[in-house]
Design a protein around this ligand. Structure first.
Ligand code: NAP
Length: 254
């Protein structure tokens, strides 16, 4: 039996857990940070909450006798990915990162690429009036000083009460989103600029297509670096990697 820990928090991790949960010889545990109030239904075992840094994760991997770790976290969740790299190295177990490719700028896109949310906020000052802010809820405070700008802020759950909120409107919604709705939102709120993380994938891409069609600027926050290690671009490739590991473990009589 191979015990697999999936670090989750996004749709790819759910899809992966569903694909491998009923495979004989594999036992799945998905770990969630616990940020979302109503996470998606997951098969197999689920644990929730931080591990307590590298040391906590290392202890968890040992105590639970995890054989393999698949890091299927969001491309911007770089702290947990760094922790996973260090902890799996310490314990000596294989680790795979599932990293969907970033979106590429097309000819008709009007993108300004920046390295983080702080740079995005700096860019907006004196350039934008009505902004669709789609970076989630954790870092909206970075934009709170921009009192001359009106923000439409979309996130899954409302922000914590201790966060200073930029002027504007909060829209709680969860992807996937469709092109028609995204166009409607941009027109209804008279948006001139979108701020987006370069998350990749299809679920939140329609807003980028809508911006292209309507000639709206996008401030695109580029991804943080990933730790070194084996990576694949999609869930099917992750399954293949896992099946290869399962074959090896069966050959070794585990
Ligand atoms: P982060 O900065 O990389 O992680 C911060 C801390 O949260 C980690 O050190 C860890 O705490 C805990 N943590 C993160 N992911 C975890 C997981 N899957 N299981 C257990 N603990 C976890 O991550 P983040 O950007 O705050 O994102 C949190 C979660 O939301 C991630 O699972 C990610 O996949 C998901 N998510 C993030 C974004 C985004 O834009 N960042 C978007 C969509 C979904 P300890 O050090 O105590 O272990």
């Amino acid at each position: 039996m191979l015990r697999v820990l999936i670090l989750g928090g996004i749709g790819d991790a759910v899809e992966l857990a569903i694909k491998i949960a009923n495979i004989p010889g594999i036992e799945v545990i998905t770990s969630l940070a616990g940020r979302t109030r109503e996470p998606a239904n997951l098969p197999g075992n689920v644990r929730t909450g931080g591990f307590g840094g590298v040391r906590g994760l290392t202890n968890y991997l040992r105590e639970m006798q995890i054989d393999l770790l698949i890091d299927a976290t969001h491309p911007f969740a770089n702290q947990i990915s760094e922790n996973a790299a260090a902890a799996t190295q310490e314990v000596g177990i294989p680790r795979l990162m599932v990293i969907r490719p970033p979106w590429e700028k097309l000819e008709d896109d009007d993108w300004l690429e920046v390295e983080d949310n702080l740079a995005a906020a700096t860019t907006l000052a004196n350039r934008a009036k009505r902004v669709f802010l789609t970076i989630g809820r954790q870092e909206i405070g970075t934009f709170a000083h921009l009192q001359e700008i009106w923000f439409l802020m979309r996130m899954i759950d409302p922000p914590n009460t201790d966060v200073i909120i930029p002027p504007g409107l909060i829209l709680c919604d969860r992807g996937p989103f469709n092109l028609e709705n995204e166009q409607e939102i941009l027109l209804k709120y008279n948006i001139d600029t979108i701020v987006s993380k370069n998350s990749g994938g299809n679920a939140t891409y329609p807003k980028i297509i809508a911006a292209r069609k309507l000639g709206i600027k996008v401030v695109m926050v580029n991804r943080p670096p990933v730790p070194p290690g084996k990576q694949v671009a999609d869930v099917d490739s992750a399954c293949k990697w896992l099946f290869d590991k399962l074959d090896i473990s069966l050959q070794n009589g585990k």
